[in-house]
Design a protein around this ligand. Structure first.
Ligand SMILES: Cc1cc2nc3c(=O)[nH]c(=O)nc-3n(C[C@H](O)[C@H](O)[C@H](O)COP(=O)(O)OP(=O)(O)OC[C@H]3O[C@@H](n4cnc5c(N)ncnc54)[C@H](O)[C@@H]3O)c2cc1C
Length: 758
């Protein structure tokens, strides 16, 4: 028994931790920064003030993770971010295709716990910073669960806390609110009437109880639903992220007024539920009960800290390139009226750039605190640019860049700004690319990669002569198209199969974007119009007589007469996707974006895919066959479709698709990296929405690596991730490395984006 006699006072227990990198904030930015740094060899402490990880993506808030793929609603093809966030989202799909938020929490906890270099402090709120001169030397936090004060000392810190508690306390330069239009020449900069900050939101989940359920609202629930001008948008079955527009607080101090904002949001949420249950307008809600209401508001915007560069609207819209590009974004410029749910204006204003944009490293560290990295929604961007960079996959991708940079700084005894020197920046970018981070416009080159030193052959390579028509048809009342990888030289003659019961004109265009990562098809390379007689199943052969001068994707676009349909195929192939000139309601796009005068936003069409099981390829025949899937692409330094497929694709008839690297003299292998096709085009909303498949149809499900005498080097089963990195427990010396692929999950021919060895 412990007896504690009276004393004057006591102090809390204090624990001191020494580490290389301290990451404050366990949202996706902080989690990805911490794991990436730990995997790269740094010792890391990750501090999170709440009981689970994920921040706004956790089961406490329940936002679905999105990024450049944007619900498939823009023209950013194959733009899922890559690296660790891809691993997390693809693994979540495998384990949790239904989007259960609790399972996403568990996945993040498991991944953090798996890192031996990483110490996780949950329930610990940082509230104090210790400095020596301009640099931070320690942070202090309190954990009410174990009644302990933690002091974490390190040479480097990363603020990923959303509100920027570390930067704020340390005296880092920051901004809050919106810049005037003139400061950065930003046409979308809001005026005072629109307001300067995005507000918080609280979600709720409902479920069918199987019998009628009554609801007695709390006294503080909103009484008059018409106080919400958009109240007619309320639907009985909607919940979670579909109520993103229940937003409030944009006219307040979104840091210090958060508790008051939360009460207002609870008032709104219970008022909305009261309306659903008790207004008599939703008989279909009789059996519905509230299953969960958020207790932690999702925060959109507060402080943005200043780095050496502030990214602006023009950088996003024009996709400016940077020597220090380390991440990218692709969500729309997505501003909301500050009055949120009480505004009569549309809940958001989304304007897309025509392609993904780079994010420079200089946005990811403080301009005046020399050892402070920035990650997540607080990075150095203008209010308008923030409206795009703030989404979680983009935050996570920037977090990965910070984690990798921090590990390099620690290895070399450097501070964040020191990595700007050209050779160091190239080395950081190479670290990132090697780990799977996609950086538009950059390519991985490594003379030490042994695969680049060998002879590379394949058991077969797809030459695509035909995408076989089956019984699928898509109406050409909406223009439709197929993105095709085009080599330099004459474009093949292409045959489409058209049903034209009434006959009429079929216009065919070959279109392209303006650069390798640009899938906004605004450039018409060639066109022709064919007059079709009435009749079904007509083979229309098209000779566009176009000679392609650079490798690129071309959109074969079909504009029919009403009543026409184009035949489709169930065949899926890496690097092929069909699209239609249509909008996607979830990202408030129609079939085209019209940039308002003076907005600085471009006008262009959206040609977007449909989600599987829809989104079938067009049934096409090519003469000569499309030759775009060559084996050399597994070592060309780009690991997804951009200006070419950048993958080897086997012939579908090949019973054992095999890649072989042969060396004149034996090489000793320590590490082998493989990249498979987990469909970078597919957005992976982490919660609520659900997905029809647990693994991507293009991913090779089983594979093995052997030497020439058949010795097994490594193998994979149930492969579902896009990347595998094999560290060989015992180095293997061989003059042949043979990768054999089993079938893919969805019947697509085997494909490989990369094979590297050291
Ligand atoms: C309603 C709403 C809808 C949105 N819709 C989407 C969407 O559909 N898709 C999308 O991708 N993004 C969406 N966003 C944006 C996105 O959620 C945020 O911009 C993103 O979560 C920011 O990531 P972060 O890691 O910087 O911050 P957070 O996710 O907020 O994580 C920060 C973490 O730091 C912790 N923390 C804070 N202070 C401390 C402290 N003192 N000590 C220790 N830990 C601390 C917090 O608890 C939190 O877990 C939406 C945001 C809101 C609010």
């Amino acid at each position: 028994m412990h007896l504690a006699p009276p004393v004057d006072s006591r102090t809390l227990r204090t624990r001191v931790l020494e580490t290389g990198l301290t990451v404050v904030g366990g949202g996706l930015a902080g989690v990805c920064a911490a794991i990436t740094a730990a995997r790269a060899g740094a010792s890391v402490v990750l501090v999170q003030d709440r009981p689970v990880l994920g921040g706004n993506a956790s089961s406490e808030v329940r936002l679905w993770v999105l990024g450049a793929t944007s619900h498939l609603g823009n023209n950013n093809r194959w733009s899922r971010e890559g690296g660790l966030i891809d691993e997390l989202l693809v693994e979540n799909l495998w384990r949790n295709p239904e989007g259960n938020p609790l399972l996403f929490d568990v996945l993040l906890l498991e991944k953090v716990r798996a890192e031996p270099n990483l110490t996780l402090l949950l329930n610990t709120a940082i509230h104090e910073v210790v400095k020596d001169g301009e640099a931070i030397t320690a942070v202090r936090g309190f954990n009410a669960q174990d009644s302990t004060v933690y002091e974490i000392r390190s040479p480097l810190f990363c603020d990923a806390s959303g509100d920027g508690v570390v930067g704020f306390l340390a005296g880092a330069a920051f901004r809050m609110g919106a810049e005037a239009k003139e400061e950065f020449d930003e046409g979308l900069a809001p005026d005072a009437a629109y307001g300067e900050l995005l507000g918080h939101t609280i979600y709720f989940y409902s479920k069918d109880a199987g019998r009628p359920v009554t609801f007695v609202p709390p006294a503080f629930a909103l009484q008059d639903i018409t106080a919400i001008p958009r109240w007619k948008n309320i639907k009985a079955g909607d919940m979670g992220s579909r109520f993103w527009w229940l937003e409030y607080g944009g006219r307040h101090d979104t840091v210090h007024d958060t508790e008051a904002i939360k009460w207002e949001l609870w008032k709104v949420v219970y008022g909305v539920w009261n309306h659903i249950k008790n207004s008599g307008q939703f008989p279909e809600a009789a059996n519905l009960t509230l299953e969960w209401v958020g207790t932690v508001p999702g925060k959109r915007e507060s402080r943005r800290f200043e780095g050496p560069v502030i990214l602006t609207q023009r950088d996003v819209v024009e996709a400016r390139t940077w020597d220090d590009a380390v991440a990218f974004g692709g969500w729309s410029l997505d501003l909301h009226p500050a009055d949120g749910v009480y505004s009569a204006r549309p809940g958001c204003n989304q304007f897309h750039a025509r392609r993904p944009y780079q994010i420079p490293y200089r946005c990811l560290f403080s301009r005046n605190i020399p050892n402070l990295f920035l990650a997540g929604r607080i990075i150095s961007v203008s209010h308008v640019a923030f409206s795009s960079t703030r989404v979680m996959a983009t935050c996570a991708h920037g977090g990965q860049a910070v984690g990798m940079a921090a590990a390099r700084c620690l290895r070399e005894g450097l501070r964040p700004a020191d990595l700007l020197a050209a050779p160091r920046m190239a080395a950081l970018q190479a670290d990132l690319l090697r780990s799977g981070q996609h950086l538009p416009g950059l390519c991985y080159r490594d003379a030490e990669d042994l695969v680049t030193q060998g002879r590379l052959t394949a058991s077969s390579t797809l030459r695509l002569a035909r995408l076989e028509a089956d019984d699928g048809r898509e109406s050409l009342d909406t223009p439709r198209g197929q993105w095709l990888p085009l080599a330099v030289g004459p474009v093949p003659r292409i045959t489409v199969r058209i049903d034209a019961p009434e006959g009429g004109d079929l216009r065919i265009e070959l279109r392209a974007g303006t650069s390798p990562d640009d899938f906004t098809p605004s450039v018409i390379l060639a066109s022709t119009t064919r007059r079709l007689a009435p009749g079904l199943d007509q083979a229309v052969e098209i000779d566009l007589a176009f000679v392609n001068d650079v490798p690129r994707y071309g959109l074969l676009a079909l504009f029919g007469t009403p009543g026409m349909a184009v035949q489709t195929t169930a065949q899926r192939i890496t690097g092929l996707v069909s699209v239609a000139r249509k909008g996607e309601k979830a990202v408030s796009s129609t079939g085209a974006q019209v940039g308002p005068p003076g907005s600085g936003v471009e006008s262009f069409e959206f040609w977007t895919p449909s989600r599987r099981p829809a989104g079938r390829n067009l049934a096409l025949a090519f003469q000569p066959a499309l030759n775009a899937f060559a084996v050399e692409q597994v070592r060309d330094g780009i690991d997804r479709p951009t200006d070419a497929v950048h993958a080897w694709v086997a012939d579908p008839a090949d019973p054992a698709p095999t890649l072989t690297v042969a060396w004149d003299t034996p090489r000793t292998l320590h590490r082998i990296d493989l990249g498979f096709d987990a469909d970078y085009d597919h957005p992976l909303e982490s919660v609520l929405m659900g997905h029809p498949e647990r693994m991507m149809p293009f991913t090779v499900a089983t594979w093995n690596l052997r030497t020439a005498d058949g010795t097994l080097v490594a193998e994979g089963r149930d492969q579902h991730l896009s990347r595998v990195s094999i560290i060989l427990p015992t180095p293997v010396t061989t003059d042949h490395l043979i990768l054999t692929c089993g079938p893919t999950h969805g019947g697509a021919p085997a494909s490989v984006f990369l094979l590297r060895a050291w």
